[in-house]
Design a protein around this ligand. Structure first.
Ligand SMILES: [Zn+2]
Length: 244
């Protein structure tokens, strides 16, 4: 063969392999967006930042009364949370996070990493930069992100009905103006007050399955008109009018 023919054949082969590679990449990342793209299948024994990113997305699936640790270590609790997430979305529930699970997450997340039904603006009606609370602005914002993924799980469990967040992060100034307690979790960015529908009791009751250690609702002083959900070190659930 002449050198020219060889070069022609080589370029056809290279073009074909580029096409093939492109197809393979798309199969695994079809809905990847501007936020985060996983590059490998994760399962029990995996560890790293990609595991921690996954844990944030499935933090709303820890099981009744539990909270999933966001430690970057894929242990039994993470596998169980992934399994519940998979079941919730009709995926094969094997507790292994592969392309099916990641594609479901991509479909649920916006470019800024928030779940599609919630936004940073909704979680902070106090100020524009998340400053002035009990933790750094970046920590408050990160706490709010985790809370939004829990809210997405709660929303899905309640039949994908819209949930109204009336208050989220508060600086000390905003918290005083709202009459919040001086130790309010709103100062940390990991608290939300919910109003409207579903009912306040339906929200409080179902929230027990989705990763909140603090649930205060109807029957608890000052909570007749909203259900408050937050993260905190120890469990405090009180909504006596809802049987909690
Ligand atoms: Zn509250």
């Amino acid at each position: 063969m002449s050198g020219r023919v060889v070069r022609l054949i080589l370029s056809i082969v290279m073009f074909a392999s580029v096409l093939t590679a492109g197809t393979v990449a798309m199969a695994g990342t079809a809905h990847a967006d501007g936020c985060y793209t996983w590059g490998r299948t994760l399962s029990q024994g995996s560890s790293g930042e990609d595991v921690r990113q996954l844990q944030i997305r499935v933090s709303g699936y820890p099981g009744y009364g539990s909270v999933l640790a966001l430690d970057g270590v894929y242990g039994a609790a993470t596998a169980a949370a992934v399994q519940r997430f998979q079941s919730a979305y009709g995926l094969q529930a094997d507790g292994v996070a592969g392309s099916g699970t990641f594609n479901q997450i991509y479909a649920l997340q916006d470019n800024d990493c928030t779940p599609i039904h919630f936004s940073y603006a909704e979680l902070n009606r106090c100020n524009s930069d998340w400053s002035g609370g009990a933790v750094s602005a970046s920590q408050a914002r990160a706490n709010a992100l985790v809370n939004m993924w829990k809210l997405e799980a709660l929303r899905h469990a309640l039949g994908d009905r819209a949930i109204t967040v009336s208050s989220g992060f508060r600086s000390y100034a905003c918290n005083s103006a709202a009459g919040g307690s001086s130790t309010s979790r709103h100062l940390y960015g990991d608290a939300v007050d919910l109003t409207g529908t579903p009912s306040l009791c339906a929200l409080a009751q179902r929230a027990r399955y989705h990763g909140w250690r603090e649930i205060l609702g109807p029957g608890y002083p000052g909570h007749g008109d909203h259900t408050h959900l937050a993260h905190k070190p120890s469990q405090t659930w009180s909504a006596s009018s809802c049987g909690i």
